[in-house]
Design a protein around this ligand. Structure first.
Ligand code: GLN
Length: 416
């Protein structure tokens, strides 16, 4: 195809929907493309570079061989829904009905958008904590919601001088939170453990959110995909377990991070039966269903013993220490994460030393991937107001130790 002139290009763009014009392609996923292009160590997009547990791989192969190759029930195979219900009931201490309260989706990404499309009417508002995981912005636009942001305030970051500190937590102002609720508010999106900050919401914080949800008749949509990736003995509190919240919480999760299978696209949403009925309808017409054989294998994963989760957290804890020290040595200021597998950093001093003062986060990330051979995500992709993330980049340590060591080797060039 020959290159069209500017007028034809603009005419073609005018044929696309106003909705799709309001957001760009994912910066996180674009960084993975750039990492491949420059043969860089990819610490941008959050996915592990190792395989899921052996039992899962065998189960998937078996399922394909044994004929699980056609559509499953649209809202998920019975086997997987039962496994999700059992595990969730054990963790939450509240029963979950696999027949009426679970929708299996194509990853948590679909669980989130199907949930929002299932609950939001035009002009309704959704509260989002900022910085946020990139998808929530387009999710609200696609579901016709007006987002309202509540700021997560950054504590003093860790730097070489105080690297032994146990780190401080990101916080929010309860007054600002309260002010975000009004008669138009339909839902609040909550991600704990949090991407990109590594914040783990405390019980008290969740209680304060729950209080406003009940006062304003608002649903909590909680993305708990990092539930098993916690450090320093912190506890993951499930919003659905707080008094009065089970009936107004949609809990989203997936096998992606817990079982290192981001490419399988198997996730789920747990919600009270009438809300599940709505999510299931949207899900059915969006995707029909998640891959059938992989759902069967996911059911095997969900039945792994608790020692699996202990090891997962310990291994990620070691990787966190390693990458934290690597980044501090290279001159980044770091916000120590207490959960999930990302480190938000301030790169101002590195940029200054490298003669890159004044460069934006996107320019810095582009330079880092090209010249140093390490990919990170520009901070602005986690903020509605790009300037708030201008001096930040996010690194992921969901990688093999040998990958992190290669990154260390490359990043050590920044010390010079
Ligand atoms: N959650 C991952 C991240 O923040 C990416 C997930 C995705 O790209 N779908 O990097």
């Amino acid at each position: 195809m020959s290159f069209p002139d500017v007028e034809s290009l603009l005419a073609m763009i005018s044929l696309t929907s106003k909705r799709s014009q309001q957001f760009t392609e994912s910066v996180i996923r674009e960084m993975t493309r750039l990492a491949i292009l420059h043969n860089a160590v990819n610490l941008s997009q959050g996915f592990p570079d190792y395989d899921p547990p052996e039992e899962m791989l065998e189960a998937a192969i078996r399922a394909i061989r044994e004929g699980y190759n056609q559509y499953a029930i649209t809202w998920g195979t019975k086997n997987l829904r039962q496994a999700i219900a059992k595990k969730t009931t054990e963790l939450q201490g509240i029963p979950v009905d696999p027949e009426t309260e679970i929708t299996v989706t194509c990853g948590s990404t679909e669980a989130m958008i199907a949930s929002l499309l299932g609950i939001i009417d035009p002009d309704e508002e959704v509260i989002i904590f900022e910085p946020f995981y990139e998808n929530y912005g387009p999710d609200t636009i696609l579901s016709n919601a007006t987002p309202r942001y509540v700021t997560l305030r950054s504590p003093v970051p860790v730097s070489t001088g105080n690297r032994k500190d146990k780190g401080q937590h990101w916080t929010f102002d309860p007054v600002e939170l309260e002010a975000a609720f009004n008669v138009k508010t339909k839902a609040i999106i909550l991600n704990t453990p949090n991407n990109p900050t590594g914040k783990v919401f405390t019980r008290e914080e969740l209680e304060s959110i729950a209080k406003f949800c009940q006062k304003w008749d608002v649903l909590a949509v909680t993305d708990e995909i990092y539930e098993h990736i916690l450090y320093d003995g912190l506890e993951h509190v499930r919003m659905a377990t707080l008094p009065g919240m089970q009936e107004r919480t949609i809990t989203i999760n997936a096998i992606s991070k817990t079982y290192s299978a981001t490419g399988w696209r198997v996730g789920w949403a747990i919600a009270p039966a009438p809300i599940t009925a709505s999510i299931r309808k949207v899900h059915d017409f969006l995707t029909v269903g998640a891959p059938h054989p992989l759902q069967e294998a996911a059911a095997v994963a969900l039945r792994l013993p608790s020692t699996y989760y202990d090891k997962l957290a310990t291994d990620y804890g070691n990787r966190r220490e390693f990458l934290l020290n690597t980044l501090l040595d290279a001159g980044f200021k770091c916000w120590k994460p207490f959960g999930a597998y990302y480190i938000m950093t301030d790169f101002s001093e590195v940029a200054e030393k490298q003669g890159l003062k004044g460069k934006t986060d996107a320019q810095f990330a582009e330079w880092l991937v090209r010249e140093i051979g390490v990919a990170a995500v520009p901070g602005s992709s986690f903020y509605r107001e790009a300037s708030l993330g201008r001096s930040q980049v996010r690194f992921s340590f969901g990688r093999k130790m040998e990958t992190l060591k290669e990154a260390e080797k490359r990043l050590s060039r920044l010390k010079r």
